[in-house]
Design a protein around this ligand. Structure first.
Ligand code: FNR
Length: 344
């Protein structure tokens, strides 16, 4: 197992969990408010959490988003995340599988996502410089149902050992999308996909955009934490919030998933109301797992799903997509963002 990559994976987990203990800057979900209608409610048994987008149907509109793999410790984390996904029925994504391409000896730290979650919806994860062969190998290793390609120019820039060449990403995303047999989801890692980015992706054969916005895990701050001088500290907080991305990307030509700074079931409902097909969380689930253990994570996910169904019931939404018909108010800086971007 390559020392440098394995060390980086362990650093990311440690720094991401430390970051979760402080309130995140730039989260704009609190600027999205449902108008309360006292007689809107349904019966709980009229509500289904099943969601469909891009030809996929998931039992619930919540997923464990990409995090880790590639070291012994992160393999144990993946084992626990996959067991929680299996227990609760939520889809799950692997962390970047580039460590596996460099050292096939760490395959088990990723394949445990499938082994511990045999019937679940599993997403493989590669970067936008992965070869077509490696993208196929990533899907094969996990018997994956979809492939995530992460785009993370800000993280790479601040990462001491990161990439500095990004021009090949667009043609490579198109090449991978044309070659693999499963739907391709392009995701940001916490800096957000703008309307322009989603429009670009729509022309590349990509099935879904995971907006991956600001407001939770901040990889500029994490990579600054791995630099002795924190030289790029002024990039902490860069990017578009997930709520802003959802408003910006409406009608941009691709189904969207929302992730980045999702803190509780109300944020899930807000993101669904703004058009997300499903909503992902990473850092908050990781913190629960590391602080409380596997059972705490299962309890948290079960509670979120139960409360989400309760919110749909009181809001009068029989299924997640029905939340888009709810009256929602946009306030504060998010309202200014909409005005600046010409969003009604
Ligand atoms: C991540 N994320 C991530 N994303 C990705 O596509 N490939 C990866 O390898 C990783 N690695 C990773 C490690 C750790 C420890 C964390 C917490 C996150 C990014 C993740 O999928 C997500 O986009 C962001 O974390 C924003 O969501 P949260 O954490 O605010 O819910």
């Amino acid at each position: 197992m390559s020392g440098t990559i394995a060390q980086r994976k362990d650093d990311h987990v440690r720094l991401a969990v430390e970051q979760q203990r402080r309130p995140a800057a730039g989260n704009q979900f609190d600027e999205v408010t449902f108008v309360h209608h006292a007689l809107a409610g349904l019966d709980r048994d009229q509500v289904s959490l099943a969601t469909s987008f891009a030809g996929l149907t998931w039992p619930v509109p919540l997923y464990i988003n990409a995090m880790t793999g590639g070291s012994a410790g992160t393999g144990r984390i993946n084992a626990a995340l996959a067991a929680a996904a299996h227990q609760t029925g939520v889809p799950i994504a692997s962390g970047s599988m580039s460590a596996y391409f460099k050292d096939p000896g760490c395959a088990g730290t990723f394949s445990v996502l499938r082994e511990n979650n045999p019937g679940g919806f599993v997403m493989a994860n590669v970067n936008a410089t992965a070869s077509v062969d490696n993208a196929r190998a990533a899907v094969d290793l996990l018997a994956a149902d979809a492939l995530q390609i992460h785009v993370n120019t800000v993280q790479e820039t601040v990462m001491p050992e990161g990439d500095r060449s990004f021009a090949s990403w667009v043609p490579q995303i198109a090449a991978i999308a044309a070659a693999v047999q499963v739907p391709v989801i392009v995701k940001e890692v916490g800096f957000g996909l703008s309307r322009r980015s989603v429009q670009q992706l729509a022309g590349l054969g990509v099935a879904v955009a995971d907006l991956g916005g600001r407001g939770g895990t901040d990889f500029a701050a994490i990579e600054n934490g791995r630099r002795p001088l924190g030289d790029y500290a002024y990039l902490d907080g860069w990017g578009l919030s997930t709520a802003a991305c959802l408003l910006d990307a409406a009608g941009a030509g691709l189904p969207v998933l929302a992730s980045g700074g999702v803190r509780h079931p109300l944020d899930v409902a807000r993101a669904l109301a703004l058009g997300a097909g499903a909503v992902g969380a990473s850092g908050t689930f990781l913190r629960t797992l590391l602080d409380g253990g596997p059972d705490a994570l299962i309890t948290q996910i079960t509670t979120w799903l139960d409360q989400l169904a309760a919110l749909l019931t009181l809001l009068g939404a029989a299924h997640p997509a029905a939340l888009t018909s709810c009256d929602v108010l946009i306030g504060g800086r998010l309202r200014e963002f909409c005005a600046d971007r010409g969003i009604d």
